[in-house]
Design a protein around this ligand. Structure first.
Ligand code: NDP
Length: 319
């Protein structure tokens, strides 16, 4: 079959392209700038790329720029979205518009392409877990929705962009009869295929390279990049899938991650305190990954993932 992957040069998408090529798919990969060496060289080198990888240029905010690419595809994986939470001066322009309008731009292309049988959208755990109802002892699952008012209040603009994009996607998909599933990864770590540093790998880099004195007072899910890519493919290939899929291993506080890293790498200057000492430590909550487990996904353990991440950061000379 032929599938399209948007934002193909990204951390998750690069693994997705790799696994899709391994499975024999023809992959139409979209990037913003095909001529930029660091955005495509690692993709062109993947096994099968010579024969079955096609690179295209597309920009989320350019109306219709995905139309010709999606036309003729059996499936579409939409991963492209801005991923950062620092230096946000204009949340609407930097995060919300590309996420929401970009998603609708791609879904519109899918609705117009009769060949497209299924669409997999990379949403986020950030579109699931940020809700005032969350408390210890309650298991967060796919029936949960992040609350845009809460996210606006705490100015978590990235999570807001993912929440609004998902809402818009479901509304459009239902109205236009698109067969869509959404994948909701938590903090994605593991080996980088791309030579550039993505935001979630940077989180681990910061914890070990001595650039931060304290770690965030937050508990969140952690998941491997290969598992995340695999989740997308399982959700695509299994004919009975529908709805949302939370993609995470266990929930850990940043402090737990810092401790694990300290045990494995005692010489790194890993912070030992969180940033807002006056507030209580955010408790670890429970979240269910049962839906993906039922599709056969086995989640890699966080210790192993941290070792892979550090090894990869070294290999790419970030560390
Ligand atoms: P990356 O930053 O590595 O990849 C994001 C991709 O989106 C890049 O290829 C980027 O292109 C592309 N993109 C951003 N803005 C635009 C735009 N305006 N037009 C076209 N393309 C654009 O991030 P990840 O791989 O981590 O994230 C991929 C997806 O997974 C995102 O949807 C993200 O929200 C989601 N996700 C990520 C998590 C994580 O922990 N990493 C957790 C949960 C969800 P370019 O390279 O040109 O900048």
């Amino acid at each position: 079959g032929t599938v399209c992957v948007t934002g193909a040069s990204g951390f998750i998408a690069s693994w997705l392209v790799k696994l899709l090529l391994e499975r024999g798919y023809v992959v139409r990969a979209t990037v913003r700038d095909v001529a930029k060496y660091e955005k495509t060289a690692h993709l062109r080198q993947l096994p099968g790329a010579n024969e079955r990888l096609q690179l295209f240029e597309a920009e989320l905010l350019v109306e219709g720029s995905f139309d010709v690419i999606v036309k003729g595809c059996d499936g579409v994986f939409h991963t492209a979205s801005p991923v950062f939470n620092r230096n946000v001066t204009d949340p609407q322009a930097q995060l919300i518009d590309p996420a929401v309008k970009g998603t609708l731009n791609i879904l519109r292309a899918c609705a117009n392409a009769t060949s497209v049988k299924k669409v997999v959208v990379t949403s986020s755990a950030a579109a699931v877990v940020y809700n005032r109802l969350r408390k210890v002892g309650v298991v967060v699952d796919e029936t949960w929705f992040s609350d845009p008012d809460f996210l606006t209040e705490v100015q978590n603009w990235y999570a807001l962009s993912k929440t609004l994009a998902e809402q818009a996607a479901w509304k459009f998909a239902k109205k236009n009869g698109i067969n869509m599933v959404t994948i909701h990864p938590a903090m994605v770590i593991g080996a980088l295929l791309q030579p550039t540093l993505n935001a979630s790998a940077e989180v681990i880099l910061q914890l070990v390279k001595g650039s931060i004195e304290t770690y965030p007072n937050a508990s969140l899910g952690w998941v491997g990049v290969k598992d995340t890519a695999e989740a997308h493919i399982l959700a695509y290939e299994e004919p009975t899938t529908s709805g949302r899929y939370l993609c995470l291993g266990r929930i850990f506080h940043y402090g737990d991650i810092a401790n694990i890293l300290k045990n494995i790498y005692p010489d790194y200057p890993i912070p030992i305190k969180y940033n807002d000492e006056s507030s209580p430590r955010v408790p670890v909550y429970q979240a269910s990954n049962e839906r993906l487990q039922k599709l056969g996904l086995k989640f890699q353990q966080v210790e192993e993932l941290l070792v892979e991440t550090i090894g990869s950061l070294k290999e790419h000379k970030f560390l």
